[in-house]
Design a protein around this ligand. Structure first.
Ligand code: FNR
Length: 383
């Protein structure tokens, strides 16, 4: 087992152990991948201000999200097909997050169902909703999330139409995956990964299959899902979902200050500045670049979080310095999960917390909740 000291170590191990089509599904962006790349390269352009001779005792990475104290300003983002990266992957990730004291968000497009995760997670988790045309499905899944005691609804707004990723099309990533000769040869070189994972009933999208009339297997699901993302999602529908849910609401996928004002007016408790990890609108700005304009527009009305491109504790520090109250990670925890299962998710969280703590200290800050623009130097052309 190699020594893991950073998120990139987990990524390399994940790459080694995972069939190419699932690695590529995670590690890709839409079209030219410009936005996907800039999500990380823009973080590197922001520099940290070293300070010395400060009292560094009593340090803490704790912050609050939606009024709850959490171990560090990081939540696990909703990631579809997480259970395809590791058997029962959603349960493993939820358990790792609960033990660490950070929120876990379950995707509508997860392999394990809301009920599966609720039965195995020691703490309430958040549920991410994709609005589908089938209103009965949307009504029912909101009720299922309520029954499972999910403590927030994360409504994703940036995927009413699917961005295209060249790699997925070229790899034949369909449901079920196309078992072409190159795919089979590639899978045979991944001893930790079992072909059986593709065939057991557990490898299906259990939030949907069996809950929608006529959707009883993966082939039915693909057909249903392709027709279901609702292009009619507008602010009126967001309001209706807010009223129906009645609990804490986080709007995800905001990348424009005007939209942020609409989201705040709708009464969202929080919003996530996000470009879906560069998987949707290729050519959009990186989330970290847009973040300050959104904080300026609505930061006194709602909590503002950000994701897209976070691969280290230094990135978390920079996101908070640019105005985010907290962050989400997507790929950083998937690398860990695919590399080492639940222990790998824990490792990813440990790595990020240690990096955050040390970097905060070297910037002269004791507490994550005190991080401010003072800690960063931002290029002039950045905003
Ligand atoms: C995602 N993301 C996502 N978002 C969402 O709201 N529902 C979903 O089902 C998914 N599925 C998904 C799958 C994969 C493989 C990835 C990488 C991402 C987006 C995710 O929640 C988050 O916004 C990004 O992952 C953040 O970017 P980083 O941290 O991966 O760079």
């Amino acid at each position: 087992m190699p020594v893991i000291t950073c998120i990139d170590d987990l990524k390399q191990l994940y790459k080694k152990r995972t069939p190419k089509m699932f690695y590529d599904y995670c590690e890709s962006g839409s079209y030219t991948e410009q936005t996907f790349r800039e999500n990380t390269t823009d973080f590197a352009k922001i520099r940290l201000r070293q300070r010395v001779a400060r009292d560094l005792t009593g340090r803490s990475t704790a912050v609050s999200m939606l009024g709850n104290q959490i171990t560090m300003p990081v939540a696990l983002a909703p990631v579809g097909s997480t259970g395809m990266q590791s058997p029962d992957g959603e349960i493993k990730a939820a358990r790792a997050a609960a033990a660490f004291g950070v929120p876990f968000t379950l995707s509508t497009m997860s392999i394990c169902s809301i009920e599966d995760v609720a039965a195995h997670s020691p703490t309430p988790f958040w549920f991410q909703l994709y609005v589908m045309k089938d209103e009965d499905f949307v009504d029912a899944i909101i009720e299922r999330a309520r029954a499972a005691k999910c403590s927030a609804l994360v409504l994703t707004l940036d995927l009413q139409i699917l961005g295209q990723r060249h790699k997925d099309l070229k790899n034949g990533l369909t449901s079920p995956p196309k078992l072409t000769l190159p795919n089979m040869i590639n899978m045979a070189t991944k001893p930790q990964w079992s072909m059986g994972m593709l065939q057991t009933p557990r490898r299906t999208f259990r939030n949907i299959v069996g809950h929608v009339k006529g959707v009883t297997d993966l082939a039915d699901l693909t057909k249903w899902a392709n027709e279901q993302f609702d292009p009619m999602l507008d602010w009126g529908k967001v309001r209706r979902i807010r009223d129906q849910w009645g609990g804490k609401l986080i709007l995800k996928g905001i990348l424009d200050a005007d939209d942020a004002r609409m989201a705040a007016d709708v009464g969202a408790d929080a919003m996530v500045v996000s470009n879906h990890g560069g998987r949707q609108l290729d050519g959009a700005l990186s989330a970290i670049r847009v973040l300050p304009s959104i904080v300026k527009a609505v930061g006194d009305q709602t909590e503002v979080y950000m994701d897209s491109g976070i691969r280290s504790g230094q990135d978390v520090l920079k996101a908070l310095a640019m105005g985010a109250k907290s962050t989400f990670i997507g790929r950083s925890f998937i690398y860990g999960l695919g590399a080492m299962g639940q222990a790998g998710v824990t490792k990813a969280l440990e790595v990020i917390q240690k990096e955050l703590d040390i970097s905060m200290a070297l910037c002269g800050v004791q507490k994550a909740a005190q991080i401010s623009r003072e800690q960063v130097l931002v290029p002039k052309d950045f905003e």
